[in-house]
Design a protein around this ligand. Structure first.
Ligand code: HEC
Length: 174
């Protein structure tokens, strides 16, 4: 009787152990894929460093048709300045209809007194959040404190209204 129970137990333990091993092995492969893509991680600190230290987003082109400190609306700010990464500009100019993997849009949000209140950013990572257009969302304060990041419901639910424009409000993508 004891043996009858022991054998299935050993088999179960063995299969669990093999299962775990398989999972462990798949992790390095995944991060190798990410490296191969050579795109930054969808992570607030990484992106802030990328656009303010490694590069300076203020050297990027502005959203086509918009100048510095154009008038904005709720919830973003009284005045806005919106920059796009070079690949976004190319996609917008060619009216491709969808912004490519790695796209970054950075918007500065200013108070009615034209003081910088916050920076909001959208970053496309294919596969990151298919239900949300594969956009990663970030909001940070002028001192770089992260105020919201990731698959942020508030951002997604409002921007969903322009899902047919690749979730972008400021201008047409096609
Ligand atoms: C209630 C609706 C609403 C919410 C919530 C919202 N946005 Fe927006 N967003 C807009 C509108 C409208 C614009 C166009 C700019 C304008 O005229 O204010 C915009 C523009 C942007 C842009 C410039 C690209 C574009 O889509 O035009 C970025 C980047 C952005 N928002 C990021 C965010 C982030 C990050 C959050 C969440 C922290 C967020 N937004 C929450 C309505 C919203």
């Amino acid at each position: 009787m004891t043996r009858l129970i022991t054998i299935p137990c050993i088999l179960l333990c063995l299969s669990l152990a093999t299962g775990c091993q398989k999972q462990d092995k798949s992790q390095p492969t995944q991060s190798a894929d990410q490296k191969a893509a050579a795109l930054p991680e969808a992570d607030g600190s990484t992106l802030i460093e990328l656009i303010t230290v490694t590069q300076d987003y203020r050297q990027w082109p502005m959203f086509p048709g918009k100048e510095a400190l154009y008038k904005g609306q709720h919830p973003h700010g009284a005045y806005l300045t919106t920059y796009v990464s070079p690949a976004v500009l190319a996609a917008l100019q060619s009216k491709s209809g969808q912004l490519p993997d790695g796209s970054i849009i950075v918007k500065e949000n200013y108070s009615p007194e034209k003081e910088l209140a916050a920076v909001t950013l959208m970053y496309r990572r294919t596969g990151y959040n298919p239900e949300g257009g594969d956009w990663y969302w970030l909001k940070y304060a002028p001192d770089k404190t992260i105020l919201a990041e990731g698959r942020v419901d508030g951002c997604i639910n409002c921007h969903r209204g322009v899902k047919n424009n690749d979730w972008v409000f400021t201008g047409p993508v096609k």
